[in-house]
Design a protein around this ligand. Sequence first.
Ligand code: CMP
Length: 136
Amino acid sequence: MSSVEQTLSIIKPDAVERNLTEKIKQYFVNNKLKIVKEKKIQVTKEEAAEFYKVHQTKPFYDRLCNYLSSGPITVIILEGDNAIKEYRKIMGATDPIKAEDGTIRKKYGISIDKNSVHGSDSIENAKKEIEFFFKN
Ligand code: CMP
């Protein structure tokens, strides 16, 4: 069964810095994920901490928040059939070393921290994450 969903993509500082935004967006188009909204922003460490709150007990939390706020990012709402799962498939595993061939993280990721992209992991989190960046 398929259903039209929205999910949040973040093109992280390492990818924006290397001018990979357009190349990464090509993966979306090629995989029938429509770009509904998009903006380039920079978040504060406090905003990053709020966004990644689900990870607050993890040992990498502080590093993660410093990293997300370290430079410009592009946040994008994607829409398509089973968008959450489909986008996670083309992102690949969190750690680029473990990501499958043909995925964004395999091609562009530098490390588990600098893994180029973020994607929502569930319908509930997609709603929260979209709301976080696109309130109005
Ligand atoms: P992301 O999908 O943005 O969600 C949380 C991020 O934490 C993840 O990508 C990684 O970049 C980062 N991270 C750093 N260390 C780890 C780890 N050991 N396990 C999972 N995520 C990690």
